[in-house]
Design a binder for this molecule. Structure first.
Ligand code: PMV
Length: 345
């Protein structure tokens, strides 16, 4: 398996610590991230290496905190938000498959306790922060002190977008060219801040999505007649959005991010069978955004991932208007790094 070779490369063959005593603990937080230019399509299904670069912004203190310890037990135990996760669930199996890569001794069993302050599996990138927090917690448990780029590679094996959740701020995940172990498919933090930028989370529906992003992207790649145009769209959007970030040109940033999300959803909708994550409420909120831009001249844009929820992009000067139009909105200031320990690295 290529995945185990990656673990050998970074850990097993490097003579770094792979032994811990029962009850040793590791703990870590990782922020969720929202892609402004999306990742949609894998070139390697096992390594989660993508067909294109992508660019995201991390959600500051919204994300997952994971505590991990080695226990004396026949099976791994997983808690999510204080509830024991059923052994037969897909969620449990996915975590265990990933943990199997880190079972350095036959009798290692883990207990994992994850708490999130964002809805799970509803297109608010919970798998991204979940796998990133798990990898950071493993690093803490074993005392590896791997670099952020190495941790990004390990997190990517759990979930592609998790590669970007080991950092705060703007992050670009470079697709890489290595088709052997994907060692150059790494996310990197971009050295820009934008203190006026705000992100609003609209929870249209917090329930679990019906089709995973993994299956949906596979289907888009295979069946959408428009998928062949996607790499070109992304490459231009990445170039232009980096320019917009550098220039603090909010109009361009918003336009590019919104258009990129709509293009990704067009790929889903033109797949066979079609994938439609939007609900009536999603569309109503999109129309409200377009109305505010056109008639009220408020600069607000949306982006949408593999779920019905929307994320708004706006500037702090417009907070009052946005709150009045979207009651109950969760507002994030992504560059407010001062209040917690997950710092810029
Ligand atoms: O990492 P995954 O398998 O959850 O896929 C994420 C896909 C999108 O959220 C839709 C886009 C992205 O770049 O995060």
């Amino acid at each position: 398996m290529k995945k185990s070779k990656v673990i050998d490369y970074f850990i097993t063959n490097k003579n770094i610590n792979t032994k811990v005593k029962p009850n040793s603990k590791g703990e870590a937080f990782a922020p969720s991230n929202i892609a402004l230019v999306k990742y949609w399509g894998k070139r390697d299904l096992e390594l989660n290496t993508p067909n294109t670069n992508s660019l995201s912004i991390s959600l500051q203190d919204k994300g997952a905190t994971t505590a991990i310890e080695v226990i004396n037990s026949d099976a791994d135990i997983v808690y999510l938000n204080n509830n024991l996760v059923d052994y037969s669930s897909d969620f449990y199996k996915r975590i265990i498959r990933f943990l199997d890569l880190f079972r350095f001794s036959e009798n290692y069993r883990y207990q994992i306790k994850t708490t999130t302050n964002i809805p799970v599996a509803a297109g608010v990138a919970s798998s991204a922060c979940g796998f990133a927090a798990l990898v950071l917690a493993l690093d803490n448990l074993f005392g590896w002190e791997l670099s952020r780029q190495e941790l990004s590679i390990l997190a990517r094996i759990g979930s592609g977008s998790a590669s970007r959740s080991v950092y705060n701020g703007f992050v670009e995940w470079e697709q890489g060219e290595d088709n052997d172990l994907g060692l150059d498919s790494i996310a990197k933090q971009l050295d820009y801040t934008w203190n006026e930028l705000r992100i609003g989370l609209i929870y249209v529906d917090k329930s679990k999505k019906k089709i995973s992003s993994r299956d949906a992207m596979l289907s888009s790649v295979k069946t959408s007649p428009f998928y062949k145009t996607w790499p070109e769209i992304v490459s231009k959007d990445i170039q232009d959005i980096k320019q917009a970030i550098g220039d603090k040109d909010f109009y361009s940033l918003g336009q590019i991010a919104e258009q990129n999300a709509i293009s990704m959803h067009a790929l889903m909708q033109t797949s066979i069978p079609p994938v439609m994550y939007s609900t009536e409420d999603t569309i109503k909120n999109m129309q409200k955004v377009w109305y505010l831009r056109e008639y009220d001249k408020v600069q607000v844009y949306f982006t949408q991932d593999a779920g019905p929820n929307l994320k708004l992009l706006f500037l702090d000067k417009d907070i009052k208007t946005i709150e009045a139009n979207f009651p109950g909105l969760t507002i994030i200031n992504p560059f407010n790094f001062y209040n917690y320990s997950f710092t810029k690295k």
